[in-house]
Write a protein of this length. Structure first.
Length: 229
C-alpha cells in the first residue's frame, strides 16, 4: 500500500519501520524537513520524505502520528478542511489526555477521533494504535513463538474499507486487529487509554486491574459427525 506518515516521533518510526519492512511504500512528512529526512533514512526500504501536502495525496492510508496539541495545526498544513483527506483512511493513534493523570482533554460525550473527523471532512478516520507504547512495534513480528499471544489492537471506524486496511497494517507489525464498532465508540477507547495511563503513572500495572477471562475452548466434535445418514 501507499502509506503517508505525518509526524517524526517514536510511534512514526516504529510503525513506519514495520510497514516499510512489509513492503509498503512509505512517505514521511513533518514540520521539520530535516527530521523527516532523517526518519525516512532510518526506515530504509525506499522510504522517502515529502511536503506534508504530498504525504497525504493519493495514499491508501495516512498515520497521524503527532501529539494531540499539534493535530489541528498539522491538519491545517495539509488543507484537510478543504477535503485533502477525503476518501483516505486516516489512522488516529492520539491520546488527548492530561499528562501523568490520564483525564481526557476533550469535552464530555466527544472524542479526539470525532474531532479529527470534523477537521478532516470526508476522511475515513479509524482509531487505532493508541493503547501501546511505540516500543511494542519495534521488533520484527515473529508470531506466537514464545508462547505469548500477539497484542490485540482494538480499532473502531465507520468505513468497512478503512477498517480492513487498518487491520492489515496492524497484522504487518505483529498485532491482531479487533473491531469494537463505529467511530462513535472511540470515546470508550480513549477512556481506556486514560485509565491505563493514569494507573501507570501511579505505579500500578494496568494489566493487574483487568480480569483475565479464559478463552473458551472450541466445541468437541459430535460422535455422530462423519457418520452417514
Amino acid at each position: 500500500m501507499r502509506i503517508g506518515i505525518l509526524g517524526t516521533g517514536a510511534l512514526a518510526e516504529a510503525l513506519g519501520t514495520g510497514w516499510a519492512r512489509a513492503g509498503h511504500e512509505v512517505v514521511v512528512g513533518g514540520r521539520s524537513r530535516a527530521k523527516a529526512q532523517a526518519l525516512a533514512g532510518r526506515l530504509g526500504a525506499g522510504a522517502r520524505t515529502a511536503d506534508p501536502r504530498e504525504v497525504v495525496a493519493g495514499r491508501d492510508a495516512v498515520l497521524l502520528a503527532v501529539l494531540w496539541s499539534g493535530i489541528a495545526d498539522v491538519l491545517r498544513d495539509v488543507d484537510a478542511a478543504a477535503g485533502a483527506l477525503a476518501g483516505t483512511t486516516l489512522i488516529d493513534p492520539t491520546n488527548a489526555v492530561e499528562h501523568g493523570v490520564g483525564a481526557l482533554l476533550t469535552g464530555a460525550g466527544t472524542s479526539a477521533a470525532s474531532q479529527i473527523a470534523a477537521w478532516a471532512p470526508g476522511a475515513h478516520v479509524v482509531k487505532a494504535f493508541h493503547l501501546f507504547p511505540a516500543e511494542q512495534w519495534t521488533a520484527p513480528p515473529t508470531g506466537d513463538t514464545a508462547g505469548t499471544a500477539p497484542a490485540t489492537v482494538v480499532i473502531c471506524g465507520d468505513d468497512a474499507g478503512a477498517l480492513r486496511i487498518t487491520g492489515e497494517l496492524v497484522r504487518d507489525v505483529g498485532g491482531t486487529p479487533a473491531v469494537l464498532g463505529p467511530l462513535a465508540r472511540a470515546r470508550q477507547l480513549e477512556e481506556a487509554a486514560g485509565f491505563v495511563i493514569g494507573l501507570a503513572f501511579a505505579g500500578v500495572d494496568p494489566s493487574s486491574a483487568i480480569p483475565q477471562v479464559p478463552t473458551p475452548a472450541p466445541p468437541s466434535p459430535s460422535p455422530e459427525a462423519g457418520r452417514r445418514r
